[in-house]
Design a protein around this ligand. Structure first.
Ligand SMILES: *[C@@H]1O[C@H](CO)[C@@H](O)[C@H](O)[C@H]1NC(C)=O
Ligand SMILES: *[C@@H]1O[C@H](CO)[C@@H](O)[C@H](O)[C@H]1NC(C)=O
Ligand SMILES: *[C@@H]1O[C@H](CO)[C@@H](O)[C@H](O)[C@H]1NC(C)=O
Ligand SMILES: *[C@@H]1O[C@H](CO)[C@@H](O)[C@H](O)[C@H]1NC(C)=O
Length: 372
């Protein structure tokens, strides 16, 4: 009996040793990747010095390096609080080998719109990263964002953040390794993990926020408007009913994880869970009943007033007026970046997008040169 125990003990020690070695090797690999992904040189540009005159929370960083070294969300002073006042955005490009070191203009516009329309809330732009650090090039758009006292730009380490959540084992054992869409799937999972840990609101980085999100209440998602789908681009979970619901979603997500499908782990998963919770697969009924186990499904008119079918009209001046009429009741407007990112526009255009940008992300709009 003793002998068996002893063998068992040695076995455990050996396993622990092998796991440590593997961990060190993986960490070293990421360390190398992170060094490789930072480009020193191009940012030493004196024209940026002017930015130091802007009111910013990070004046020293701006002066010293022209790079913003993101702090880990687990270690920041201004921690998210469990009181419904957090709005999270996720940038998951940093799970890739060679991610960009700046924030896209249209993303910056979304972040500003949320901060501006919700000054009573704390905005966390979370770079989920497989690298040791995330450094962002200081530019005028970034400074425009940081001029909002409620904006926090932070990083979350893929593995160590997940380790403290119900998805820890899944992520640490390489659950995402075979993902065909690592950026999308990381984002699908981490929005739930952030909301499980901190509660509050998650939004996609292509949402323009027009007004306070308070009117939407707590514990909600919104109908997508097509194919009976409830989208996961705008979610809220509170510390009571919400946390239980999001914990179930995380377990379902891991159990049913599909590495080769784009939307199965996000909107499809959420929709299937809501069909169970609401006892119906009819979106209109879900919206009408207004309470599925403490959760609420809002109409698309409030969150996604422009159907993705009409995405091209967002950048076509002929449709500005018509689209404007569609958003009268909308709290947010989804700009379908996955479909529209390739369509160029400039500040002087008068399409639906630029008209909204002028109104809802004025500082970022002012800070861009021309191409948007
Ligand atoms: C600095 O950047 C600005 C704007 O991007 C550019 O016009 C200028 O030539 C750059 N200056 C130097 C010294 O590289
Ligand atoms: C700095 O930039 C701001 C905004 O772009 C501009 O109004 C101001 O004149 C600039 N200051 C200097 C000293 O160049
Ligand atoms: C919705 O539910 C009904 C009744 O349970 C079923 O007949 C129908 O096929 C379902 N529709 C979809 C799109 O799942
Ligand atoms: C904009 O819409 C009008 C009216 O439908 C159409 O004729 C035109 O080709 C569109 N422009 C672009 C650039 O797609």
């Amino acid at each position: 009996m003793e002998a068996i125990k002893s063998i068992g003990k040695h076995y455990k020690v050996t396993i622990a040793f092998i796991v440590s070695i593997i961990y060190i090797l993986i960490t070293m690999r990421f360390y190398k990747a992170s060094i490789g992904s930072i480009t020193f040189g191009s940012f030493f540009n004196d024209t940026l010095e002017n930015g130091t005159t802007l009111k910013s929370k990070y004046p020293k960083v701006i002066l010293a390096t022209k790079l913003l070294n993101l702090e880990n969300i687990l270690e920041i002073k201004n921690q998210p609080t469990i009181d419904g006042t957090n709005i999270f955005f996720i940038e998951a490009l940093h799970v890739l080998e060679d991610p960009p070191n700046f924030i896209g203009l249209r993303q910056a516009c979304s972040f500003e719109s949320a901060a501006r329309a919700n000054p009573h809330m704390k905005i966390y732009i979370v770079f989920v990263s497989a690298h040791r650090s995330v450094k962002l090039l200081m530019n005028e758009q970034l400074m425009a964002l940081l001029s909002y006292p409620n904006v926090n730009i932070v990083m979350a380490k893929l593995r160590s953040f997940a380790a403290q959540t119900p998805a820890g084992k899944f992520i640490l054992t390489g659950g995402l390794r075979y993902s065909k869409y690592p950026v999308v799937h990381t984002s699908d999972i981490f929005r739930f993990l952030l909301l499980w840990k901190y509660t509050g609101t998650y939004m996609d980085s292509d949402m323009i926020v027009r007004k306070s999100i308070d009117e939407l209440g707590r514990n909600y998602a919104c109908a997508d408007g097509e194919r009976g789908i409830i989208a996961n681009a705008f979610l809220n979970f509170d510390a009571e009913d919400g946390r239980k619901i999001v914990e179930n979603l995380i377990h379902e997500q891991i159990n049913l994880y599909n590495p080769i499908q784009y939307g199965t782990n996000g909107p499809v998963l959420l929709t299937n869970q809501l069909i169970k919770m609401c006892g119906t697969n009819r979106t209109q009924k879900m919206i009408k009943m207004d309470n599925c186990d403490g959760f609420h499904v809002h109409s698309r008119q409030l969150c996604y007033p422009i159907l993705p079918t009409f995405y091209k009209n967002i950048f076509n001046e002929s449709y500005t007026e018509i689209l404007m009429q569609n958003i009268k009741n909308a709290v947010t407007v989804h700009m379908w970046n996955g479909l529209t990112f390739y369509i160029d526009t400039t500040k002087n255009d008068r399409n639906f997008y630029t008209e909204l940008a002028k109104q809802y992300c004025l500082k970022v709009f002012d800070a861009i040169d021309s191409k948007f």
